[in-house]
Design a binder for this molecule. Structure first.
Ligand code: BJW
Ligand code: ZN
Length: 242
């Protein structure tokens, strides 16, 4: 299977990656759907915390959840999958992840569909936005421009995706020859719809996941295994693998 996938990639000009939380799981960042298992936050439903309703009901709690996750991301390092992706200079990366591990691995062209946890923005409509210190994340605070609350610059359930990122993602997914889908349950829309979009436009779909996902039926090749092992095996030149 891996040889078949390597051949498909070798014959393609335009390869795009589409990733989810499984890409960063081996860097120690829990996947969204695993976030409840164990630890301080197991009593809380991430679907509720990552929503405008959850923030309105308890902004302090949501702010503490993001501070906890920001510290974890600051301490994490890119894993073998991020690094293998970064070694392919001509690839475009569409990601649902809000972490910065693809950037820190050295990839140049990353489209973040669900925003970034590394910035705060105004919860009102004044447009204020600023980078936060991920190693020492701020507590809940007010917008310096309008006094509303600040919140992470991520996309919560029920919110629209940033239109520039979405339009670019639709374009690159409909123009690619191979879509390499890594570590996503493909359960959250509209992002998951990009896989079907690429397939209908003629792209081959290669999936890397530890288990089957909602996108399995679209796969030309499905590689079951850990991203940090499968992605380098798929993308790296075998003569450079020690
Ligand atoms: C490994 C591995 C290893 C583990 N190696 N693999 C159509 C149908 C039904 C519902 C909807 C629809 N369209 C919209 C909706 C509603 C909703 C939605 O999709 N709900 C679903 C739950 C059904 N979508 C929305 O609300 C979106 N907005 C929207 O539609 O707006 C409409 C609108 C238009 C105009 C104006 C106003 C509104 C927004 C979705 C935002 C999602 N946000 C989150 C949180 C981000 C912030 C934060 O992190 O705090 O994004 S939710 C969460 O899910 C996060 C992720 O990016 C996203 C995707 O999850 P992902 O990455 O797939 O992770 P997991 O955990 O699900 O899966 C991990 C996978 O990895 C698994 O498969 C593992 O097996 C695998 N894995 N270890 C390889 N080592
Ligand atoms: Zn403001």
């Amino acid at each position: 299977m891996i040889e078949q996938a390597r051949r498909i990639i070798a014959q393609a000009g335009r390869v795009v990656s589409f990733s989810g939380a499984g890409l960063s799981a081996e860097s120690g960042i829990p996947t969204f759907r695993d976030a409840q298992t164990g630890g301080l936050w197991e009593k809380h439903d991430p679907m509720r915390l990552a929503s405008p309703q959850g923030f309105a009901a308890d902004p302090q709690l949501v702010s503490e959840w993001y501070a906890h996750r920001r510290r974890a991301i600051a301490e994490a390092q890119p894993n073998g999958a991020h690094l293998a992706l970064s070694r392919r200079s001509n690839m475009i990366h569409v990601t649902q992840n809000v972490d910065d591990l693809l950037h820190r691995a050295g990839t140049e062209h990353v489209i973040q569909l669900h925003g970034t946890i590394a910035h705060d923005r105004c919860n009102g409509d004044c447009g204020f936005r600023e980078a936060v210190d991920m190693t020492d994340p701020p507590a809940l605070r007010s917008c310096p421009q309008c006094g509303d609350q600040l919140r992470p610059a991520v996309v919560w359930f029920g919110e629209a995706l940033p239109s520039d990122a979405w339009e670019e993602a639709e374009r690159v997914c409909s123009e690619c020859e191979v879509l390499l889908v890594i570590g996503t349950s493909a359960a959250v829309y509209p992002a998951a719809g990009l896989i079907g979009l690429a397939k209908s436009a003629g792209a081959k779909i290669i999936i890397v996941n530890t288990q089957s996902s909602d996108a399995s039926s679209l796969a030309d090749v499905e590689l079951l295994g850990k991203a940090s092992e499968v992605v380098p095996a798929l993308l790296d030149d075998p003569s450079t693998i020690s």
